[in-house]
Design a binder for this molecule. Structure first.
Ligand code: NAD
Length: 393
């Protein structure tokens, strides 16, 4: 049996954010608390959301103190603001970080004293208010997922919080909001979404729906990621990445992510590496580790991403996948953890704890090849200075 989740309605297309007031009206909502980050305010991007709200004479308040890779105290601050007003929804505008913050706020606002009380495997199925999500990165797919990721600052753990309470009621997927994403973030978020699609496709919990979304995502992201990185205003590439990221979100939330995400979260929490970048650091090595356990699926992924020709057999396509992912990292200037500046001694000192946290998240159990703890430690060691990422970094 499969249980599928998705927002009740999603508006997709360039300029769609202009429809925000109509969308709220259709949902019977009129008093949003906007959850965003300081960059959205300072760059003026938030005006794309505010102008149609003002034109419709809708009242709103703004909580713009969210931070990249959100932490528990930000969620608590947001809940205090939520409780102090009379809102009927949360309107999340930004990358995955503001969207995840809004999701965690509405889950915690319903009950509990700290967001860690809702850590998976506990089901966070209920929420105080609905979330409407408007992503401004082509990355996390959080606008369509039943997950939110919040760091517990007491333990430096990136907690996974999962349940129906985290699924946005509605989403607006407007690629025009991503023109201003800088190249580094374009690369990191793009590899994040490619990882979502690939991991969903090889997941032990893959199903026909997640397969369709994952294949669509890989076909859209594969040929367009380098273009958007080099040409930020290329509309066709931006649109493909945005829809690809959305489909990848629908894929993984209905199939689960696997070992890359399981090992990536601890890197982010301990060393403050952006989520997509830590995925990218791991992706070639972990794909290589897992390849033989699901070769036909990895090979199909390689062909649809465009790393291997359609007629390549599985062995050739599988080899092209690991080589292609390593080349993508080089072209997008993805550093190794060493090149990123993480001291070797600090990396070694955290390895055991990171491996335990990776396993405890549950994600590695969905991987085609389920690793022992020692294998996770060995993989962390291999990626540190580029063990599986040949060539300059
Ligand atoms: P982000 O939201 O942290 O944003 C990264 C940076 O890009 C920020 O400085 C932000 O201000 C800036 N930015 C965003 N949009 C921009 C724009 N249009 N123009 C200019 N700058 C812009 O990055 P993200 O990768 O979208 O989100 C990462 C977070 O999402 C992590 O915490 C990760 O764990 C989480 N995540 C959640 C899910 C989920 O299903 N809930 C899935 C994957 C990742």
């Amino acid at each position: 049996m499969h249980t599928l989740v998705a927002p009740r309605t999603t508006l997709i297309g360039g300029g769609a954010v202009a429809q925000i007031a109509d969308l709220l009206a259709r949902l019977g909502l009129s008093r949003p608390l906007i959850v965003t980050d300081p960059v959205m305010v300072s760059t003026g991007l938030l005006e794309r959301l505010l102008a149609p709200l003002r034109a419709a004479e809708l009242g709103y308040s703004i909580f713009s103190d969210t931070i990249p890779e959100p932490e528990d105290h930000i969620v608590a601050a947001g809940v205090a603001i939520l409780r102090a007003g009379t809102y009927d929804c949360l309107l999340a505008f930004g990358g995955g970080s503001p969207i995840d913050t809004a999701k965690a706020m509405t889950i915690l606002a319903l009950g509990g004293s700290h967001i860690r009380e809702w850590k998976a495997p506990r089901a966070a199925d209920h929420a105080a208010l609905p979330v409407i999500a408007v992503p401004t990165t082509a990355g996390t797919g959080s606008e369509a997922t039943r997950a939110t990721v919040i760091t517990d600052t007491a333990t430096q753990e990136k907690m996974l919080i999962m349940g129906l309470g985290a699924v946005p009621l509605a989403a607006i997927v407007d690629f025009e909001l991503t023109y201003s994403v800088p190249p580094r973030t374009t690369a990191d978020t793009g590899i994040d979404s490619l990882t979502h699609a690939l991991e969903a496709y090889v997941s032990r919990r893959a199903n026909p729906y997640s397969d369709a979304m994952a294949l669509s995502a890989m076909a859209l992201i594969g040929p367009n990621l380098r273009t958007a990185y080099r040409e930020p205003r290329n509309a066709q590439a931006r649109e493909a990445l945005m829809i690809g990221a959305h489909h990848a979100g629908l894929a993984f939330t209905n199939a689960s992510v696997a070992l890359v995400h399981g090992m990536s979260r601890p890197i982010g929490a301990h060393f403050h590496v952006a989520h997509g970048l830590s995925n990218a650091m791991l992706l070639p090595a972990i794909t290589s580790f897992s390849l033989e356990s699901a070769l036909p699926r990895y090979a199909a992924a390689s062909r649809i991403i465009g790393f291997a020709p359609a007629q390549a057999d599985d062995d050739a396509a599988g080899a092209a996948l690991t080589a292609g992912l390593a080349a993508l990292n080089r072209d997008l200037n993805v550093p190794t953890p060493a090149a990123y500046g993480i001291p070797h001694a600090a990396w070694e000192a955290r390895l055991q704890q990171m491996a335990d946290q990776a396993t405890a998240s549950g994600s590695p159990a969905n991987n085609p090849r389920i690793p022992e703890k020692a294998e996770i430690v060995a993989l962390y060691r291999a990626v540190y200075d580029g063990g599986n990422q040949p060539g300059p970094t």
